[in-house]
Design a protein around this ligand. Structure first.
Ligand code: SF4
Length: 348
């Protein structure tokens, strides 16, 4: 196994090596016998469930890209239609604003019906198992972190450009085939408000490439269900060990329940890397409980990235306790805790 691979992410690596088909290609090969756009919500869900059963049967056979041929209408078309309806009224994340985005209304994140993209490029600064990673940065976010390092795009939902799905699919193909990208890394802000758009891109994408969902993990349960059978690796940002800190710094309610639920579902669905950004003065209340929860509920095989690079950006200096970088002692305590709990990978 090459040094840029880790055994716990074997499925992701096999897709990258073209030994396995990416999940979205498998979803595209599962036929459904109806026009998803004509079904009522309940029927659409039921067709989705049946399609997912067939998806799992095909997936168990470990199909190569050559084994899966696109069909129409497909399970992926069903997911596209569900995602479209999930944006109007919008319940893509657990804020559940209920606004009709297709008719121009906007919710907390401010993202319109057509999400805008700030940039896309081959990122060399992600975890070594991911690079070169074709990152697609959406504008807008479902959180309002006071220390956000991408605040210029996260809080300016119209700050990028609208890109037709076909055009982005062509760019993804070029980055994969010509420039050797190892994955498509959907990020922001947060990619959740762009869920319906991401699926439209995959509908027209015809190259085998792993799909990475790089998120704060505050998606609604319905959104996570749609992502099953599409995403190959969650790059999950687990930031807070309690609701109090989440509310204070990111203006989010019910954080712990939602984010732990989504980590469990993500780990059942596919490969997972958890990022934990160590915040100053928050090792005991956030880092330790997060590491303990992962060890107790997901196990110590989960690759972690306990990250030392926090720096006070945006409005962080208004909050004295996070207005500095973490000390060396804080970072060492975080790494030591990960080691004591038995994590094999905690610095990626
Ligand atoms: S994605 Fe945006 S509009 Fe939709 S529920 Fe979340 S914050 Fe509200």
């Amino acid at each position: 196994m090459p040094s840029t691979e880790i055994p716990e992410l074997e499925t992701y690596h096999r897709i990258d090596r073209n030994e396995l088909a990416a999940r979205f290609l498998v979803a595209k090969s599962v036929r459904v016998d109806c026009d998803p756009r004509e079904l009522d919500d309940a029927s659409l869900r039921s067709v989705h469930e049946e399609g997912m059963e067939e998806f799992k049967a095909v997936w168990e056979e470990e199909p190569s890209p050559r084994d899966v041929a696109p069909t129409s209408p497909s399970l992926l078309d069903v997911k596209v239609e569900i995602a479209r309806r999930l944006a109007s009224p919008c319940e893509q994340c657990e804020r559940r604003c209920g606004v009709n985005r297709e008719e121009g209304e906007r919710g907390y994140c401010g993202v319109g019906w057509k999400p805008t993209i700030s940039s896309e490029f081959l990122h060399l600064g992600e975890e070594r198992v991911l690079v070169p990673s074709h990152t697609v940065f959406f504008c807008g976010c479902t959180f309002r972190c006071v220390y956000c390092q991408n605040w210029d795009i996260a809080f300016d939902p119209d700050g990028g450009v609208e890109v037709p799905p076909e055009k982005l699919a062509n760019v993804i193909k070029y980055r994969r085939r010509t420039e050797g990208s190892r994955n498509v890394n959907w990020v922001g802000g947060d990619p959740t408000p762009a869920l319906h758009y991401v699926l439209r891109v995959l509908q027209v994408l015809d190259v085998n490439v792993p799909q990475v969902w790089n998120s704060n993990m505050y998606m609604s349960l319905e959104a996570v269900e749609i992502l099953e059978g599409v995403i190959d690796l969650y790059l999950a940002d687990f930031r807070y060990g309690n609701d109090r800190c989440a509310s204070r710094y990111s203006d989010v309610e019910g954080y712990w329940e939602v984010v732990t639920r989504n980590h469990e579902l993500a780990y059942e669905q596919c490969d997972l890397i958890v990022r934990q950004l160590v915040l100053p003065n928050h090792v005991e209340c956030c880092t330790f409980p997060i590491l303990e929860w992962i060890a107790n509920n997901l196990g110590t095989d989960v690759p972690l990235n306990v990250m030392p690079q926090y720096r006070p950006e945006y409005r962080a200096r208004e909050f004295e306790e996070i207005s500095r970088r973490p000390t060396e002692d804080e970072i060492r305590a975080a790494w030591r805790k990960a080691e004591e709990l038995g994590f094999r990978w905690y610095r990626l």
